[in-house]
Design a protein around this ligand. Structure first.
Ligand SMILES: Cc1ncc(C[n+]2csc(CCOP(=O)(O)OP(=O)(O)O)c2C)c(N)n1
Ligand SMILES: [Mg+2]
Length: 330
């Protein structure tokens, strides 16, 4: 990569810390799942951390984020506390969705993170909503919508991108191409495996980037975001990445070889960021201190989640928009 494209050391340190937090948070979540402390689904983002963090690094606090069920990375990256995120996984009242949403339904209004959605592709249409609202209200806020390679084959994706393109909405469509939809490789799902080319069907710009180096992701996101903020409409960015764990915790991963996974791990985004920092003359001891802080934060989150109470039924009945009268996009 050209020197001019590199993030400053402090920026990269911040991104490294967040990526390591996401990694360690999810490893501990997997452990808690195996211990029966987390129920339902749990889709891990391990291996894809540089996608969320590179994108988030270029956005403003008042911008919106919408993503899939593989949502802990975006939630934590956007600023949700490890405590609120872990407690949600444990189904506790102290979780970000008061324990009613679980892994797939993270939500964080203060950080403008609008979920966490379980229906493949449907959230692409939902994401066009806040983008429309921003344009309608004359705000220069962007919406960033993440979805998988598999989602580009489903109706909701096409409906959302079609209107967003027609109305030149301020939204970035981010296709996280992790090579698989559940256990099915893209060679068996996609007639057009260069997903970015789908942008052409909607007359918007599209391109593909590698998603392993957070510096490169951040660099490549800057211009599309500036373009959307100028009112020139959406961009489709395909980010090539890989998930190291199964589709969800119940996936034994028999559709790919251990050798393939090991080969992909050679491009570990967390390690790439760490190595880049060492090259920038950050001392090993400084990184060890950051790592220790992250370990503390994750251990604290697990303890907090474990010790929190589950929500009660009365709370469930009181939690309706009609009752609170709140605007979720305020
Ligand atoms: C409409 C719909 N169909 C099927 C499913 C079941 N399902 C959950 S995840 C998934 C695969 C999606 O793959 P992709 O979009 O590539 O995202 P990834 O899981 O790889 O991040 C499927 C088929 C669903 N949740 N919603
Ligand atoms: Mg996929």
């Amino acid at each position: 990569m050209e020197d001019s494209l590199l993030l400053k050391k402090d920026e990269l340190l911040t991104l490294y810390k967040k990526m390591f937090l996401i990694r360690r948070f999810e490893e501990e979540a997997a452990r808690a799942y195996a211990q029966g402390k987390i129920g339902g689904f749990l889709h891990l983002y391990i291996g894809q951390e540089a996608v969320a963090m590179g994108a988030i690094a270029c956005m403003r606090p008042d911008d919106y984020f919408v993503t899939t069920y593989r949502d802990h990375g975006v939630a934590l990256g956007r600023g949700m506390t490890a405590r609120a995120c872990m407690a949600e996984l444990f189904g506790k009242v102290t979780g970000c969705s008061k324990g009613f949403g679980g892994s797939m339904h993270m939500f964080d209004r203060p950080n403008n993170f609008l979920g966490g959605h379980g229906i493949v592709g449907a959230h692409v249409s939902l994401a066009a909503g806040p983008a429309f609202k921003a344009k309608y209200m004359g705000e220069d806020r962007i919406t960033m919508c993440f979805f998988g390679d598999g989602a580009t084959n489903i109706g909701g994706f096409h409906e959302g991108i079609s209107l967003a393109a027609l109305w030149k909405l301020p939204i970035i469509f981010v296709c996280e191409n992790n090579q698989y939809s559940m256990g099915t490789p893209i060679s068996r799902t996609a007639a057009q495996p260069e997903f970015w080319k789908k942008a052409e069907g909607y007359n918007i710009p599209g391109f593909r980037i590698d998603g392993h180096d957070v510096r490169e992701v951040a660099e490549k996101f800057k211009e599309p975001i500036a373009r959307a903020r100028r009112g020139e409409g959406p961009t489709f960015i395909e980010v090539v990445t890989y998930r190291y764990r199964g589709h969800s915790m119940s996936d034994p991963g028999k559709y790919r070889t251990a050798a393939e996974v090991e080969e992909r791990k050679k491009q570990d985004p967390v390690r790439i960021a760490r190595d880049a920092l060492l090259e920038m003359k950050v001392k090993e001891e400084e990184l060890a201190k950051i790592d220790a802080l992250v370990e503390e934060e994750v251990a604290d989150a697990v303890k907090f989640a474990d010790e929190s109470d589950p929500p009660d039924e009365a709370l469930m009945h009181s939690l309706t928009l009609a009752k609170t009268g709140e605007d979720p996009y305020a």
